[in-house]
Structures are given as structure tokens and as C-alpha cells.
Design a binder for this molecule. Structure first.
Ligand SMILES: [Zn+2]
Length: 479
């Protein structure tokens, strides 16, 4: 029987640091690809605790890094995220109110707690295995831009996760459970048409409307829905629909996100979308240009690893919430017109065979190595993520308690992986079973092994993808 008491002590010893990191990242509230301060803060905290930063700027992503400690033994990975969401800044009060700093953006998905929980678990486990002379290597991955579904997929293509035996992650939620469900694979395409501008009143026949191409495209895309699988999703956002009503628009642009149950399904419908884009161009005598901003895989479950992590969820959750915290949560529920049931007070069993419509770039990692995540109550029941009430909870004592306990769950699961070889074998066997002979091949158009193997043309194409991914969310590039 493993004694987890010493490990709990190691987590408790860095509780102040865990919350310091969570609070700083919460305050910085930087959007994807722009997490310069957040990324550095987490990275430096790990360095100060004895981790070596072995890689930076992986796959061309400036705010990514790998922090490593240990030598030999099984290699355990922890995933860190730190990006915020636009316009979700909020004070730590149970109503819609601007952040004290006036910052418009906020951690409405709690990625500040993802950063702090993984950091706390990694440091505590490192200290424990050093003291107990347990062989093992710990790698912490700083992963940018999860909200844009484009970070870990590029890191995976660059080989960042090779040599890792098991990867652990975490996410705040409204309930306590483990991430043992199957999420959707997804791809983002930026579809544009180039036409000819002309005076819309004097000589419209001289023009060729790019907006007409986009309209035909969207009509056809919505008809395609009837032939999509029930698990598939399709969303689009018009980014350019012309600039002036008296000009035949020579440019139109739409961002399309297709989600499906598998990478193979995504590739099948991507090809259909390209045909529709071309068809729309033929109809309107315009020219289509499609940019693949990046695709991600579905998340592979792992029942064995999920059972292990769930045993620790039951050890450290549910949290004993203070009356003020439950009152805080009920106020948010009241504001949002939801049942006033407060925060979760139970741990749910391991989900098996569950399909969800959402996606995460953790999917790419889960296809390369056995991967599992802790989901823990850090915002009120019935409240969806990506709104102000979550931001509020993630910056006060609810978030603080949640990240502390989540760090314990991850550290204890990690200790099991490093010390129980039979478990590690069983986890790997389950991974092989889930893969079922299928192999991972990136859904990004360009490349693999970026630094060395790309020629200039490939490098240019790759850079374009990254820049497009940055640009399409309306974010200024860093210079
Ligand atoms: Zn999230």
C-alpha cells in the first residue's frame, strides 16, 4: 500500500506557491498566443523549484516550453495551460462587475488553475521522489492557446511528447470526476474568395462578388449538415462580408470549424468543404483560397488510468466548502437564473463510453501517450464555462481550494504511475487497445520535425498557418 501522507505534505508545503501562480495568471488574463507574462511566470516558478527548461518555442509557438526534472525511470508529463478568454474579465464578486484592474479579458475557463494545479503536482512529486530515491522523470509542458484549439497539436507535430510514458492534465469544472470521455476531433478552416471590385450602381457587371461566393458556400454547407453524423458539429463566423454597400465586394472570408467523432471523419468532411468552396467560386467567377489553421484529435479514454485517478479524486474530493463559498456560488446561480444548488459536494463515478460534442487539443496528446485528466468543481453547478461567474470563482477562495486539491490528485496519480510497474503496463495495454491499430497523423497541413526537416517552402507554409491562427482571432502579433 502506498502511503500518500508524505506526498500530501509536499503539496501542502507549496500551497502558497500554487495560489501565487494561479493568482498571477488570473490577473494577467492573456489571450491565446499572447500569454507572455503568464507563460514566463509559470516557467520561472518551476525553474526556481529545480526544474530545467529543456525546450522553448516548440513548433514555432513562442509561449510554449518544457520543464524537466529527474533522470531515468518512467517519464511522466503534466500539461500546463494559461490562456484566458476575451471579454470575460470580472471582479471576484458574485455578479457581473469589471475586474479591479479594468482588464477586459478573464479566466472564464479557469486555465489559471490548470497552470497552478499541474505546477503544484509536478513540484510536490519531484520533491517526494528525490527524497525517497524513486526513479522517475517529470516533464511539465507549457501549452499555449488551448482556447483556440491549436497548441498541443503543433507541439505534438514537433515531437515534444516523445519519450513520455503517461501524461496527466486537469480542468476546473462544475462537477468532480475524471476526463475519461471521448471528445470530438476538429478542424478550423479559413475560407476566402477573391473577386473583382466595381461600382455597384454604375457598372456592377464589371465586378465579381466574393460575398456571393460566400453566400453560396454557406447555403451548401448548411445543406451538408443533413449528411453529417449525429456527433458532428459545424460552426462558422463571417470575418469579412464586404466593406461598403456601393462596392461589389472583391473579398469575403469565413472561419469554419468542423467537429466530428474521429480524425478520419474530420478529413472526410474537410474534403467536402473544399469542394463546396471551389463550387462557390465557379458559380461566381471568383477564386477561392482555403487555409488550414490546424486540426486536433478526439480524446482517447483510458479506463485503467481513469480508475486510478478516480480513486484519488475520491481521496481528495469533494471539497468541504465554507458557508460563504456556497453562498457566493448560489448568488451567481441566482444572477444567471439557474437552480441555487451551490457547489458540488459529491464525486461522480468514472464516465465510460461517454461522447461529448466539445473538443480539446489534449486529444493529440492522448493519441501519442496514455493521458488522463482530473475534472474538479471550481464553479457553481448548472453554470456553463466561458462566462463571468467562472472568472469570479477562479480568482478567489473557491479556486484556491480547488487547485490545491487537484494538485494532490495529480501528484498521487503520478506517484502510482512511477512506482507501480504493473499499473503502468496495464495503462499502456489499455492505450494500445483504444488505438485499435490506428496511428496518429497530424491534421495540420504542414509539418513535423519543424526545425530540421522543413525546406523553405514548407517553413513558409507552416508560418502562414500559425500567423493565420493568430490573426483570425483578431489578435495583434507580438513584435
Ligand atoms: Zn478550458
Amino acid at each position: 500500500m502506498t502511503d500518500y501522507g508524505q506526498l500530501e505534505h509536499e503539496v501542502d508545503a507549496v500551497e502558497g506557491l500554487i495560489w501565487d501562480v494561479a493568482s498571477h495568471v488570473w490577473e494577467y488574463a492573456e489571450l491565446g498566443y499572447k500569454e507572455y507574462k503568464s507563460s514566463s511566470y509559470v516557467c520561472e516558478a518551476l525553474e526556481q523549484q529545480g526544474f530545467a527548461i529543456s525546450e522553448r518555442g516548440i513548433g514555432g509557438l513562442e509561449t510554449s516550453w518544457v520543464a524537466t526534472s529527474g533522470n531515468g525511470g518512467p517519464c511522466l508529463g503534466f500539461l500546463v495551460e494559461f490562456d484566458a478568454l476575451p471579454n470575460l474579465g470580472n471582479d471576484t464578486v458574485p455578479r457581473r462587475a469589471a475586474a479591479k484592474s479594468g482588464h477586459p479579458d478573464g479566466h472564464g475557463c479557469g486555465h489559471n488553475l490548470i497552470a497552478s494545479s499541474s505546477l503544484g503536482a509536478a513540484i510536490a512529486l519531484k520533491n517526494q521522489i528525490e527524497k525517497s530515491k524513486i526513479p522517475g522523470t517529470i516533464k511539465v509542458f507549457g501549452c499555449p492557446a488551448e482556447e483556440m484549439l491549436n497548441g498541443k497539436n503543433y507541439m505534438a507535430s514537433a515531437g515534444a511528447f516523445s519519450g513520455v510514458d503517461v501524461c496527466l492534465h486537469n480542468h476546473p469544472a462544475m462537477v468532480n470526476t475524471v476526463w475519461n470521455f471521448h471528445s470530438t476531433a476538429s478542424i478550423d478552416l479559413w475560407v476566402e474568395w477573391q473577386g473583382l471590385a466595381a461600382h455597384a450602381g454604375v457598372a456592377p457587371w464589371e465586378g465579381r462578388s466574393a460575398v456571393h461566393a460566400m453566400e453560396i458556400f454557406l447555403v451548401a454547407v448548411n445543406m451538408m449538415r443533413e449528411q453529417m453524423l449525429p456527433q458532428a458539429r459545424l460552426h462558422y463566423q463571417i470575418l469579412d462580408g464586404g466593406k461598403a454597400v456601393n462596392v461589389i465586394p472583391d473579398h469575403a472570408k469565413v472561419l469554419v470549424r468542423y467537429r466530428g467523432p474521429s480524425a478520419a471523419d474530420v478529413m472526410k468532411y474537410k474534403s467536402w468543404l473544399l469542394d463546396i468552396a471551389r463550387g462557390a467560386a465557379l458559380c461566381t467567377q471568383t477564386k477561392e483560397v482555403v487555409t488550414n489553421l490546424g486540426g486536433i484529435y478526439d480524446c482517447l479514454p483510458n479506463d485503467v488510468l481513469a480508475e486510478c485517478m478516480s480513486s484519488h479524486m475520491n481521496r481528495y474530493f469533494p471539497i468541504q466548502w465554507a458557508d460563504e463559498e456556497q453562498a457566493f456560488a448560489r448568488s451567481i446561480q441566482k444572477e444567471m437564473g439557474k437552480p441555487e444548488d451551490g457547489l458540488a459536494t459529491t464525486v461522480m463515478p468514472v464516465p465510460t463510453g461517454v461522447e461529448v460534442g466539445g473538443s480539446s487539443d489534449v486529444g493529440d496528446v492522448s493519441w501519442l501517450i496514455p493521458t488522463m485528466g482530473a475534472l474538479y468543481s471550481a464553479w457553481p453547478l448548472h453554470i456553463p464555462p466561458h462566462q463571468w461567474g467562472c472568472t469570479a470563482c477562479h480568482g478567489m477562495s473557491i479556486g484556491r481550494k480547488a487547485t490545491h486539491q487537484a494538485a494532490k490528485v495529480m501528484a498521487a496519480t503520478g506517484l502510482d504511475v512511477l512506482t507501480n510497474s504493473a499499473l503502468l503496463q496495464a495503462v499502456k495495454a489499455e492505450f494500445t487497445k483504444q488505438l485499435n491499430g490506428r496511428t496518429y497523423r497530424s491534421l495540420n497541413d504542414s509539418p513535423v520535425n519543424l526545425s530540421s526537416s522543413l525546406d523553405d517552402a514548407e517553413r513558409h507554409q507552416y508560418d502562414c498557418c500559425i500567423h493565420a491562427a493568430i490573426e483570425h482571432f483578431g489578435i495583434q502579433e507580438h513584435n
